[in-house]
Design a protein around this ligand. Structure first.
Ligand SMILES: [Zn+2]
Length: 203
């Protein structure tokens, strides 16, 4: 269905305003084969509670309920996928650095929220490792400098200062970035963020 594969940011914003479309896409990217598994124990015996929009693992452990965002860099975010997916789109497909004022304007969030979203998105992308099975350099040319010390520049940079592989359609680029980010464990992203903060603020 054409509507499910947006080609522009405007189309992406419209398409991902529908939680069902978001759900279907994120399940497909996060759990290949569409088999939802518990982020705590890995079991696939999870029941979907439609009204709450969460799954409940049958494993009988603590934190048995999980959402599409649980365990990913989007964990604990009050913002919906209707905002996060278009942000991923912007990061994946912008040829210039994505600015918070742009996110604010296009996604209809406050400037502060936009700034926080960019930060989280950047950290998530930075925490991604090719060893996890997806190589972002497929998307961004490997030859370009990606100095982590400059992360606001390259990550905000739409993760890309025009460094994207030519010929990859916008939707595919978006899916690959989103999939890579969704597979970064939340705990790891936090660890990295804290380490970085400590480095920046020497005591
Ligand atoms: Zn479980």
């Amino acid at each position: 269905m054409a509507a499910r594969q947006p080609q522009t940011l405007e189309e992406a914003i419209r398409t991902y305003a529908d939680p069902e479309v978001c759900r279907e896409l994120v399940i497909g990217l996060r759990w290949p084969g569409g088999k939802v598994t518990c982020p705590v124990c890995g079991s696939d015996r999870a029941r979907y509670l439609a009204r709450a929009g969460v799954w409940k693992c049958a494993g009988g452990h603590a934190r048995a309920k999980f959402s599409l965002k649980s365990g990913t860099p989007l964990q604990n975010s009050a913002l919906g996928l209707d905002k996060w997916l278009p942000l991923a789109w912007m990061l994946a497909n912008s040829t210039a650095r994505v600015r918070s004022v742009e996110v604010h304007r296009r996604l209809g969030v406050t400037q502060k929220t936009a700034w926080l979203m960019l930060h989280r998105g950047s950290h998530a992308i930075e925490a991604h490792e090719p060893s996890r099975g997806l190589d972002l350099s497929d998307i961004y040319r490997e030859s370009k400098k990606r100095d982590p010390g400059e992360w606001p520049a390259w990550a905000g940079a739409g993760v890309a200062r025009g460094e994207m592989v030519e010929g990859a359609p916008a939707f595919e680029r978006f899916c690959r970035v989103l999939q890579a980010v969704l597979r970064v464990p939340y705990a790891e992203m936090r660890r990295r963020r804290q380490r970085k903060r400590r480095k920046r603020e020497p005591s």
